[in-house]
Every structure is written in C-alpha cells, then in structure tokens.
Write a protein that binds this ligand. Sequence first.
Ligand code: DCP
Ligand code: MG
Ligand code: MG
Length: 612
Amino acid sequence: MDDSVLQSSRNMESSSSTYTDIDGDHPKAIIHIDIDCFYAQVEMVRNPELRGAPLGIQQKNIVVTSNYEARSFGVKKCMLVSDAMKVCPNMKLVNGEDLHNYRTASNKIFAVLQCWKCPVEKLGMDENFIDVTNLVQEKLKSVNTAGLAVSGHTYSEPSMECPCGCHARLRIASQIASEMRKKIFDDLGYTTCAGIAHNKLLAKLICPLHKPNDQTTIYPEHGTSFMSTLSSVRSIPSIGSKTTETLISHKIITVSDLQEAPLEVLKKIFSSDMAVRLKNLGLGEDNTPVKQTGKPQSIGLEDSFKTVSVKSEVEDKFSALLQRLLVLMREDGRIPVSLRVTLRKRDAKRLSSHRESRQAQISPSIFTLNNGLLTVTDAGQQKLMSIVMRLFNKLIDLSKPFHLTLVGLAFTKFQERMTGRSSIVNYFMNDISVQSVLNLQNDCDTSATSMDYSAVSPSSSTTTDLSDAEVEPSPKKPKKVNWIAKRRCLAKEEVASPSKLKVGELRLNSKELEKVSELRLNSRDRSLTPRASPAKDNLSDASDSMKDIEEGACEDCPSYVDKEVFNALPDEMQQELKAMWKNPAGADKPRSSPRKNKAKTNTIMKYFVPQK
Ligand code: DCP
Ligand code: MG
Ligand code: MG
C-alpha cells in the first residue's frame, strides 16, 4: 500500500500527466453499473403510461427520486414534495414506500449480470460492480485490439498506450459494459449508466459522468487528475461523515486538499493504515476486490418499542412480523429450514437490556409453491406461529413479570429451490430422502458425499442445544443418510444404467427430472456448507422429528421402508406400492425375480427393497 502511495505521489509531483508517468501494473478491469432514476424507472416499466412526463417517487413528504423529465424542471433527489411541485407542477407522484417492486427489480438486474460468469458485487439496490478481468483476458486471445475503440465516452483521451496493456483491456471491458447494459435494457427495460476503470473507486465515481443511459471509461493515468475535480472529500465512497468532519477540522476539504496532505500529517490524525488508505483513495488508488454477493445468511425483521409485558401483545407483534417476513422470504426464493426468535429484555433493576435468541428447525413441507411463488397456507402460518410462541415460552418465564423492548424473527437457514411452476419440484424438495430416489440415476460413488451429511447434521454438532426439540422435524438425519447411501449402492447393482430408471414410473418428464437433479445438487451443496459458528446454531436434535411427516403415515409399509420417503411420494405411487405390498407375490421382491414380471421390472418398487 505504501508503494502505491509513493507511486501516486510521484505522479502528483510531475507537472502534467505525461506518459513517462505510466508505469506500474493495472491488471484489473472493473465495471460499475447504476440504474438511471431507479425507482422511477421501475414504476415506468410497470406502468408505461407514466413515461414521457415528469414523475416523482414519493416517500412521506419527500420526492426520493424522479425521472429525467422531472429533473429537467429542477426536481432534485430528496426534495420536499411541496418544493418539487413548485418547480414542476405537472409532475405525477407515485408512492414508493413499499419497496417490494424495487427489490424484485434489483434482484432481476443482479441475475442478468450473473450471466457473464464474473464476480458481481451488489451495492445498494441499483448498483453493481462486476470484475471482468478474467473475461477480458479470455477475449484478448481472440480480439484484435489494434483497431478496437472504446464503447461510450472516455474521461480523457490517452496519447499513447500504457506499457502494462491496460488501455486495451479497458477498451474490451467497455465493450462488455455495453453488452451488459444492452441486455439489462432488452430483458428488463431499464436504462443504465456504467463506469469502467482499473479499480472499483474510479469505476464508481466515473459512472455518473454521462447520465442518463451512457457510459464512461477512465484510464489509470487520469485517476489522480479526475479525483482532484471532486469538490468534497465526502464524494469518496468510503469516507463517511465522521471522517469528513475530522478532515475538515484539519482543513482538508476538497479531494485536492487530501491529495496534497503529506502522509505523515494524516498519520498524526488517523491510524497509520487509515492514513495510507485515505491518501490512496484521494489519489484514485483502490485495491479492494469485487466480492461476489451471495444471498444473505438470514432474513429477519425486528420491531422495537418502549415496553411490552403481556403475552397476547407479544403474539400480535410476532404475528405482524411473520406476515412481513413471509413477504421477504417469497422475494428471496429460498425455502427456510430454521426459524429464530429474538427478544430484548429490559432489566429494570440493572437498568440494562440484553438480547436472547432461540431457534428451531422448521419443516420445508410448511412451504408450498403456488404459481412459482413460495407460499404458506393458513395452517402453515399457524404452525409457524406455534413454533414462534413455543420458542418465546422457552425464553420467558411467564410466571414472572417481563419487560420486552424488542422482538425479532428471522429465517436463518435455507434449502435452495428451483424457480418455476413445476409442482414435482416442489414435491421432491420436501426432504433429501425423497431426493435419494432420484439419486438412483447417479453414480454410486456419490454415496461418499451423502455420508458427509452426517458431518453437518444437527445431532452430530457439538452445539449446546437451546432449541425446541419438539418443534419440527429435522430434514437431515444421519440415520436416513445411511439408508440413502445403501440405497444408492443397491441401485447401482440393480439398475445397470441410468436409462433403466423408468422415469415414467416417477411421473417425471426429463425436464422435470433435470430440475429435480439440480435441486438435489443445490440442496446437497447447501447442506455440506460447514457451519460458520456452531455455537450460534442451536438446532433441534429433533428426537421426535418424524412427527409431522408421519401424519397419515404408511401403516401398511413393510419395516424396511423409510416412511419419510414413502409419505413424500405422490398418492398414486403410494397406492401402487400399498397394492403391491398387499400382494407379496407381485413385484415387491424385485431383487429375487426382477425379470419374471416384465411389466414391473423397472417400477419404483425395486427401490423399496430390504437392506441386506
Ligand atoms: N433513494 C432513496 N433515498 C435516497 C437516495 C436514493 O430512497 N436518499 C432510492 C431512490 C433511487 C434509488 O435509491 O431511485 C437509487 O439511488 P440513486 O442515487 O442511484 O438514484 P437514482 O437511480 O434514482 O438516480 P440516478 O439516475 O441519478 O442514478
Ligand atoms: Mg441510480
Ligand atoms: Mg445508485
């Protein structure tokens, strides 16, 4: 870091930015994309009649953003509605307090950007960084860079190439940025701006230079001079209000001031690391990586208040939180398998507060797919509420008065699901045991993987269990995993090739099967993720975990049949199996006489064979 400061300082010291300044290496190519007047565009895409005339998005008494037509009248972000209407009396207002559509749009944009298979880091709702370095390297192999022009604007034209080759790379990156913006527009209808640079800082700051619906590339040697055009140190993204205040108190107000401030002076004001970082930022230097954004580890909501000390009130609060949480869950798309309840308790004697949480596993079968959306029936919601209240009862001794100042609910673990309307996917995602039927297609070698489940199974965890063992069944248990592993191996012996799996018997078409296989992989990958913090995972041991699934259980099942698997099968298949068990002379002994009854050779029956 010190080196880069020295390097940049050297650049600063030269009277002008000549090409003798260009040395060093600028290997990265970063794109920053920001959606134009985001909330306003979302509303205009939803309702095209709003296009072409001034539009403001109102939250409370503020216009949080407006389209470019309104901006041309002088409407600015975060203007009071009254002021905005004075400058633009014809502006239509749309209420933007419900963020649902904006979040959905944001997720769709993120998904489009993932198509390039480069790291994408989401910043807020309408911005993304994309590190296209590797993609550019790939393209360099096939693209003739000699005649390749930049796509869009250039901050400042270079008169010679940088020896490290970054100019050519950034030109290619600008072409990629164009493709990305075009795809966002073609697929979703949003116009965007992009900044292209060798680091995140410059890519972000150069992005709005040509607004709306355009893009700008900046070359490394112009970074310092571009930064000096920024009037306030606050314009630098990682400099917050406190640091700004401190800098201002030392008469460092503009970015130029920061550039000129000797590092030694900054080190007297800030820690050494911070001083170096500030100095670098001022000079346009930034080596922070683009970190791939993943889904959040948990989705939660909290409600704080002065006091709640009656159980029925707590229940109301949780009920309201649950409704909102289910909306967030639907937007997220993953199936929760763990629910956490948090309380903040006020201790009147000690005049202090502290938080306590408990969590329990929940059965994925509570959730259903309805028109491709994850939903919970009224009965499912009641079930979730009863889990919440049981956890609450464990956190609070109701025989004594209590004083709460916050309640929180969060889904803390998830199973991946495939999107789409396929009911069979929904059906098969209920439990990994069900997936084991499908694993018959796979190599027996995967049994080793299936055994890995035990390594992350709740009961093998060293966690001190604080949770509610009665609450809900565990979706993954080592006991069952053994069954799966054995079953897979049996399958290999008995089903010589995947084609022998009579897919029709499973009422699956090949597309659905593909989806389910993917689903299984997703689910397995999730399950194999080691717990970051076992102490926080107070998962239930689920000793009576079969309770839910055994409702309407298979009383006629032979003892060797895994009831969870059986209960997860479609009704017709259950009926078929039951009929066969009633007639043991039939196909319930597929291993002993697999070819005698030709019609039944490849039925589901063969997978319900006794273990040796
Ligand atoms: N937003 C908000 N409150 C703010 C600033 C922004 O609610 N103080 C919301 C509304 C914006 C969205 O965030 O539409 C994205 O913020 P931007 O700063 O990117 O602004 P816009 O996308 O609206 O406009 P621009 O075209 O300048 O990017
Ligand atoms: Mg924007
Ligand atoms: Mg933005």
